[in-house]
Design a protein around this ligand. Structure first.
Ligand code: C2E
Ligand code: MG
Ligand code: MG
Ligand code: MG
Length: 276
């Protein structure tokens, strides 16, 4: 915790705080090096329909760290987001995802798959974001209709007009949008009618409450009803049990992602599960 020392206005940091600041900047440098070394990789988590058929996947970034092994996004995305590093990182993720889509397009059994890619607000808000996406699509030869961008409600706290305009430009190319972690953000529901969304993703927090908390179940039912009235597709994330899946289906949610179906896995594992 930062403290103010008396009346001279000088601030000093506790040793623990100093260590944290040092650790953050070390991590920042490591991320920079990892970007140069192309040490980031994607794992794929399947998204299934009512009958358990795989309709696509979410791409989730992992860091192949020389000492620490596979590092999860929870350990580096926040630092990348607090710096501009999320921009080059997001670009590498998009490049890997589009390269994968171009390969799937050549296989008739995989050409209908959709790949969802997480986009940070900071990345989305860049003036050149649309051009960046267009460039990656052109360079990879990926079909934009196979790409879905996952946005979070943090985007909706400001600059709504700009956000809507950017989404429309990308939609004109054929890209789809999903609102990730729905219901956990700070935004009002009124934006839902204004955004050109194709999908809403029920956050795993709500899914986790199914079977435990009747109030959360009521929220899930409300979200499902709302998406249906708005004619937006729904998917539930973090589906871990058959009981959760049954509740979702009985209430009108027919797309699922979660450990019940598959954990995020390497591309080799994902593809071998597809052909199994
Ligand atoms: P998210 O986009 O909401 O992704 C879902 C997270 O839930 C993933 O964690 C996934 O592994 C986990 N998950 C999936 N099914 C289950 C389940 O059944 N139970 C539980 N408990 N968890 C489940 P992961 O891979 O650690 O990613 C965490 C977050 O990091 C993501 O949350 C996303 O916000 C961010 N992230 C991941 N990849 C990227 C990326 O390429 N770019 C950006 N900007 N953010 C990313
Ligand atoms: Mg996501
Ligand atoms: Mg999510
Ligand atoms: Mg979530």
């Amino acid at each position: 915790v930062a403290k103010t020392s008396g009346g001279n206005g000088l601030r000093y940091f506790e040793p623990a705080m100093q260590a944290t600041v040092a650790a953050r900047s070390a991590l920042e440098n490591e991320i920079r090096e990892a970007l140069a070394a192309r040490a980031f990789d994607l794992h794929y988590q399947s998204q299934v329909d009512e009958s358990g058929h795989v309709v696509g996947a979410e791409a989730l970034v992992r860091w192949r760290h020389p000492q620490r092994g596979l590092v999860m996004p929870g350990d580096f995305i926040a630092v990348a987001e607090s710096t501009e590093l999320i921009v080059p990182l997001g670009l590498q993720v998009l490049e890997m995802a589009c390269a994968q889509l171009a390969l799937w397009a050549q296989n008739p059994e995989r050409a209908a798959l959709q790949l969802a890619v997480n986009v940070s607000a900071r990345q989305f808000r860049r003036d050149d974001f649309v051009e960046q996406v267009e460039r990656v699509l052109a360079a990879s030869g990926a079909n934009p209709a196979m790409l879905k961008l996952e946005l979070t409600e943090s985007l909706l706290q400001s600059q709504m007009e700009e956000t809507i305009r950017t989404m429309h430009r990308l939609k004109a190319i054929g890209i789809r949008f999903s609102m990730d972690d729905f219901g956990t953000g700070y935004s009002s529901l009124s934006y839902l009618t204004q955004l050109p969304l194709d999908q809403i993703k029920i956050d795993k927090y709500f899914v986790g409450g199914i079977g435990c908390d009747p109030k959360i179940e009521l929220i899930v039912q409300t979200i499902i009803g709302m998406a249906r009235n708005l004619d937006v597709e729904l998917i539930a994330e973090g589906v871990e049990t058959q009981a959760q899946c049954d509740f979702l289906r009985a209430n009108g949610c027919f797309r699922y992602q979660g450990y019940l179906f598959s954990r995020p896995v390497s591309i080799a594992e994902f593809e071998s599960a597809l052909s199994a």
